[in-house]
Ligand binder design. Structure first.
Ligand SMILES: C[S@@+](CC[C@H](N)C(=O)[O-])C[C@H]1O[C@@H](n2cnc3c(N)ncnc32)[C@H](O)[C@@H]1O
Length: 214
């Protein structure tokens, strides 16, 4: 069964000529999207030969051999990227994601990312490298997942846009704000009064409280 997370991820992926799913694992996203969009081609890649073996089996069972290609590689290495491609990277940590995209930033125009951790660092990295956020979503599926569609282009962002997200901050996802509030309140307890970090976290708590009370 396809998870809520994969369904939500698919909603954010722009319907470009080709979708490159980096770290596809069983190619669940590609198969799900191929069923819904009959003109799109997919390249499902993974660093693991076993993952690609499982992807090929699933693709075959669903008769998508002509539309979903597979490739064993590290990140985007060896892929002939085109401006019309949309890239998806989901289910990895920010450090791995940065390592994957860094050498290819010039060639990337549209990329959807669901990072498992350090989302603030991911936004900061992408903003600094000439990307803006086109769409952003947060869902709960046993835990919170943040999905971000980055597109080439620059916009001036504020501090709150880095840690909360420029679109999420305007949403009415109060459950998510409550979740973050708990996290930052817990952090506050562990920071000594004289530490300058305390002011930053207190500011986040205040912003979250005002969003919850809106
Ligand atoms: C947790 S799974 C996520 C699978 C799928 N993208 C999803 O969201 O459900 C992470 C996948 O990324 C692959 N992976 C990890 N590092 C990678 C890299 N540097 N290049 C390509 N694939 C990688 C792993 O082999 C694994 O299949």
């Amino acid at each position: 069964m396809i998870s809520k997370r994969i369904k939500e991820l698919a909603k954010l992926v722009p319907l470009k000529k080709r979708i490159i799913d980096v770290g596809c694992d069983h190619a669940l996203l590609d198969i799900y999207m191929a069923k819904k969009n009959d003109k799109i081609l997919f390249l499902a890649t993974d660093i693991s030969a076993n993952a690609i073996k499982s992807a090929i089996r699933n693709i075959h069972e669903n008769n998508f051999e002509s539309r979903i290609n597979t490739f064993i590689t590290n990140g985007l290495d060896g892929i002939d990227l085109e401006l019309d491609d949309a890239i998806v990277i989901s289910g990895m940590g920010t450090n791995t994601i940065i390592k994957i995209v860094k050498p290819y930033l010039e060639k990337i125009t549209d990329i959807v990312i669901q990072s498992n951790r350090d989302i603030e660092l991911l936004r900061e990295f992408m903003f600094k490298n000439g990307f803006k956020i086109e769409k952003e979503e947060v869902i709960y599926d046993d835990r919170y997942y943040v999905f971000i569609y980055f597109k080439k282009g620059s916009i001036k962002y504020e501090d709150v846009d880095l840690w909360l997200g420029p679109i999420i901050k305007n949403s009415d996802n109060k459950d998510y704000f409550e979740f973050l509030l708990k996290k930052y309140n817990k952090m506050l307890l562990g920071i000594p009064n004289e530490d300058s970090k305390k002011k930053i976290i207190q500011n986040r708590v205040d912003i979250l409280l005002s969003l919850i009370q809106k």
